[in-house]
Design a protein around this ligand. Sequence first.
Ligand SMILES: [Cu+2]
Length: 154
Amino acid sequence: MSKSSSTAVGVIVAVLIIGAIASIGYYQVVVVGSKASSTTSTTTSTTQAACTPTTCAYVNISAGASGCTNASDPCGFSPATITVVLGVNNTVIWTNYDAAVHTVTPVTGSAWGSSEDPGIMPNGNYTYTFSSAGTYNYHCIYHAGMLGEVIVKS
Ligand SMILES: [Cu+2]
């Protein structure tokens, strides 16, 4: 290899290295930075549905719930377990504070539960009044880690 061609190769390698460093820097500043800022700016004006005439119990679908994909490490429904009493607060309202669509779907049966097509929209809610004592396990059909439970007492 002649001296001039090895110099040319050296220049090309230097340009590639600088380009790689520049794109990593771009990724961290622009891509990661925009993710961070969009995360902090997702404070929405989501409001819980009014509850009349009964007293309701509320479950929040937390911001970031779409990341709850691990069934052995559940998250997303807050509180994950809620205990209500018939005639007192047996109307449960789920409010979606996340940017993604979620569902409240019974683990067994289909006697209750939110729409699954598409589900509870961001800022939306789902209300159900339980009329029988029991334990009602539910999940989100889109995110395997979103598991919840309503315990209804008489
Ligand atoms: Cu979900």
